[in-house]
Write a new protein. Structure first.
Length: 81
């Protein structure tokens, strides 16, 4: 599965209401995710892509595009090992 679509699907699953995330969407301000929902998204992405997202990176990650970029970096780094 493409990383961008995987991130969007994880956000839709974690949201308690229907949302249509775009790359520009902010997780909290635009999509209304709370901190627990953000952690749900992280857990889903870690399982889906077999990566470990450092929790210290989470507060600085605000938009869907930033999540996609972070997951992409981790997936690519995993492949290099």
């Amino acid at each position: 599965m493409e990383i961008e679509q995987g991130v969007i699907n994880a956000i839709k699953t974690a949201s308690r209401r229907p949302v249509e995330p775009t790359l520009e969407s902010e997780l909290v301000a635009d999509l209304g995710l709370d901190s627990l929902q953000v952690l749900d998204v992280i857990a889903e992405l870690e399982g889906q892509f077999d990566i470990s997202i450092p929790l210290e990176a989470v507060p600085a990650t605000r938009t869907v595009a930033q999540v996609v970029a972070q997951v992409t970096r981790l997936v690519e780094a995993r492949g290099v090992r």
